[in-house]
Write a protein that binds this ligand. Structure first.
Ligand code: AMP
Length: 449
């Protein structure tokens, strides 16, 4: 497929795509859209940044357009389950953007952390599309504000993340309430056995499509490493923020606590910053994100999980205050910059304990990141390999083992994962597809807004 016109999508949709300036379908779109139009169930192995939202939203909108009927009260025709509030919001934005010429089109959002009453009202007359996180969805059902027996299409997005976040039972409860006669689209970045079992229980004769982002980093991102002492990172950050031509900067820390600490440290240095992470309320997150978007806050400090849903253009710099212990997270993080055709800068602070992480990252992206040593002021010819391996990953695999395994990153948040998480990771490793490095990350030239 070289053009969106080849799919035979209805005119209101192709018009919206022209507005979005989408010309060429991405690989996941090229593979998925025809299958969904044929009403097949689909398992899509793809992650954010591959264009998977449009891959399901476009053919679903086409179906709605071709099969107009008034939604029943308190019911939805299409249900999209997504793990986080931010991702859910983005999916709603995408449906609004691609469906702007389909009228009427009611798209509702049901997420936790905000009052339920407005959501109850928005569902009263029924909607075409409901995008929801599983917990709030079940709350709405319990309030008798929503019935699920009219669902014609179910989308489960980021299934592996749902599993990580402990939603599996909620999902099973939701699926049990849906009509058996439906179309199901199931997306996951990885397919560990538990996810495969879940998919098997939900899908009928599914077609399988897979695209995995290549383990390479965007060319437009100028990457640098600063070797530093752990204790000096706070001062180094203030220094970098004062000396770099920063427009909008996303600073990554491994933990929520770390994010707050960085914000406090910057405040002491006279620099305004805000943190965004799972402990913040939804209204706090929205306020902070709006301020970041508008430019009134230049520096946002985030954990990997919290940053996952941030869809903000114009991020000139990404700073890894802590290096992630899973190399793919590095690629995800720095992919936040250099969007919309802009150039981006990614600076990573690396202390002694993080040297092994750096080595893993460099192996995965197959390049050595230029480094400065802030302790000596010299540029080392090569990063010294640590004598021991203090940063060895919890799974005990040798660094670099994953270099040909493209796949989904750990969140690096280090907070919620016990043994189950470890087991899950090991399982993932076994079942991740390999040799599918045919796709690069989308640079999000125009986010649907
Ligand atoms: P997603 O993987 O769904 O999060 O999409 C990643 C980004 O790519 C979003 O900002 C989309 O607006 C953008 N996008 C999706 N499909 C296309 C396309 N075919 N051409 C250009 N941009 C796209």
């Amino acid at each position: 497929m070289t053009s969106f016109h080849d799919f035979g999508l209805a005119e209101p949709i192709t018009r919206a795509l022209a507005d979005e300036k989408y010309v060429t379908p991405t690989p996941i779109q090229a593979q998925t859209i025809p299958l969904v139009l044929e009403r097949r169930d689909v398992i899509g192995i793809a992650q954010t940044g591959t264009g998977k939202t449009a891959a399901f939203a476009l053919p679903i909108l086409n179906y709605i357009h071709a099969n107009r009927r008034r939604p029943e009260k308190k019911a939805c025709r299409v249900l999209v389950l997504s793990p986080t509030r931010e991702l859910s919001g983005q999916i709603v934005d995408s449906f609004h953007a691609y469906g702007r010429y389909i009228r009427p089109l009611a798209v509702a959002l049901a997420i936790g952390g905000v009052p339920i009453n407005k959501q109850i009202r928005s569902l009263a007359h029924g909607v075409e599309v409901l995008v929801a996180t599983p917990g709030r969805l079940l709350d709405l059902v319990a309030h008798r504000a929503l019935r699920l027996d009219q669902v014609e299409v179910l989308v489960l997005d980021e299934a592996d993340r749902m599993l990580d976040m402990g939603f599996i039972h909620d999902i099973k409860r939701v699926v049990a309430m849906l009509p058996k006669e439906r179309q199901t689209l199931f997306f996951s970045a990885t397919m560990p056995q538990e996810i495969t079992r879940l998919a098997d229980s939900m899908l009928r004769n599914p077609a399988r499509v897979a695209v995995t982002p290549q383990a390479s980093t965007a060319e437009k991102i100028a990457q640098r490493v600063i070797l530093t002492d752990k204790a000096a990172k706070g001062a180094l950050l203030a220094d970098v923020l004062k000396s770099e031509p920063v427009e909008r900067v996303l600073v990554f820390t491994r933990t929520k606590h770390g994010a707050d600490k960085v914000v406090r440290g910057l405040a002491k240095a006279g620099l305004k910053a805000e943190a965004i992470h799972g402990n913040k309320s939804q209204s706090q997150r929205q306020r902070v994100l709006a301020a970041f978007r508008s430019g009134s806050i230049r520096t946002l400090v985030a954990t990997d999980i919290a940053a996952r849903g941030i869809d903000v253009d114009g991020i000139s710099h990404v700073i890894n205050y802590d290096l992630p212990n899973v190399p793919e997270s590095y690629v995800h993080r720095i992919g936040r910059t250099a969007r919309a055709g802009a150039e981006g800068v990614a600076i990573s602070f690396c202390d002694h304990e993080e040297r092994a992480y750096l080595r893993d990252i460099e192996r995965m992206i197959r390049m050595q990141i230029p480094a400065t040593d802030r302790r000596t002021g010299q540029r080392p010819a090569q990063h010294a390999a640590p004598h021991h391996h203090p940063a060895k990953r919890h799974n005990g695999h040798a660094p670099g083992r994953r270099q040909h395994q493209a796949g989904r990153s750990n969140d690096g948040n280090g907070q919620q994962h016990g043994g189950r998480r470890q087991a899950h990771h090991q399982e993932r490793r076994k079942s991740e597809p390999s040799g599918l490095g045919n796709v690069t990350f989308l640079q999000r030239p125009s986010a649907p807004r």
